[in-house]
Design a protein around this ligand. Structure first.
Ligand code: FVH
Length: 300
């Protein structure tokens, strides 16, 4: 995951508080570890109980059931595979969540976050959703941060504790907003990963090691990323006219990509999809616009 340009400012450490962490996969273990590192009293629960062992060795208190973990702390962090699993765990808890703050850092959709929030409120709990912009080894480090949304008072109350994970960015009281930001940033990341994978596949097909491409590719992508702010301005204003690189010239060039990949027996689906968007944009009379116009081609 790319690091933001500036590291998050360190927050003052709060007094030790009780926190429960439900879900001790790779990320949940890192979150619980950061809370222990910050001096908190951490109760941990995981469906597969054996995974509590390493954290227990560091001072965490293993709970046998989700209900026991929720009973142990007002602040409850969840980090499971998906929100179906979160809802399953919530269903076992029922009224047991009353009076608790549930901070769900599981990847999910905005709609799921809103439904989970409504469920929590119906059961007397406060709900904060979150999207983690870090991989587990980054947690607690200067480049990690988390998008939050939902109950702002609960977020503000617990912000000093949540800061153990990294920066805290509150996106609004609509519980779905953290997921929107999370998915948007991950979309950028997946686009980058798909592009990089195609670039590696192409050079490998020519017998060139991917390692030889790494430096020029990083340099090039870094330079291209400088245009993101300008593209955002174009998308917001609807003014896409360019004196840099038109859709027409990109449309003409794309045939070279498809031909080159196809000639080497490589998949062209990525370029076929892009070709479709470019063709539609040009057909609609936007040939003189820049690539920022593609955002309109995604909107149905
Ligand atoms: N790892 C990463 O780099 C990314 C970074 C950004 C945020 N994601 C999201 O974080 C969620 C958890 O990811 P993870 O990497 O910790 O995932 P796993 O290591 O596979 O652990 C999954 C945990 O979920 C538990 N679990 C699954 N289903 C259930 C269920 N029905 N009931 C209770 N617990 C469940 C699982 O338990 P177990 O298999 O050990 O018994 C693990 O604790 C995820 O949303 C990422 O997208 C991570």
């Amino acid at each position: 995951m790319p690091a933001p340009a500036t590291p998050a400012a360190p927050s003052p450490s709060p007094a030790s508080v009780s926190v429960s962490v439900l879900g001790l996969g790779l990320m949940g273990t890192a979150l619980a570890g950061a809370l222990l590192g910050a001096g908190h009293r951490v109760t941990v629960w995981n469906r597969t109980h054996a995974r509590t062992g390493p954290l227990a060795a560091r001072g965490a208190l293993p709970a046998t059931t989700p209900a026991d973990a929720v009973a142990a702390a007002e602040l409850v962090i969840l980090c499971l595979t998906d929100n179906t699993a979160v809802q399953d765990v919530f269903d076992t808890l029922g009224a047991g969540v009353a009076g608790r703050t549930l901070v769900n850092l599981t990847n999910g959709t905005p709609e799921q976050a809103r439904e989970l929030s409504a469920w929590a409120v119906r059961h007397g709990a406060r709900y904060v959703d979150g999207g983690i912009m870090a991989v587990p080894p980054m947690i607690g480090g200067p480049y990690a941060y988390v998008f939050y949304s939902g109950d702002e008072e609960a977020f503000t109350t617990h912000r000093p504790v949540l800061a153990a994970f990294g920066g805290t960015r509150f996106t609004g009281t609509d519980p779905g907003l953290a997921a929107v930001h999370d998915l948007a940033l991950l979309t950028g990341m997946y686009g980058m990963v798909v592009g990089v994978s195609h670039a590696f596949a192409l050079v490998r097909a020519e017998g060139i090691p991917a390692g030889e491409l790494a430096a020029p590719l990083s340099e090039w992508m870094g330079a291209m990323l400088q245009g993101v702010a300008e593209d955002a301005r174009a998308v917001d204003s609807g003014e896409h006219l360019t004196d840099v690189s038109s859709l027409l010239v990109n449309q003409a060039a794309l045939a070279n990509f498809t031909a080159t990949y196809r000639a080497r027996g490589l998949d062209t689906g990525f370029f076929d999809h892009l070709q479709g968007m470019l063709d539609r944009a040009v057909d609609q009379g936007h040939g003189a616009d820049g690539l920022s116009r593609l955002a309109d081609m995604i909107a149905k």
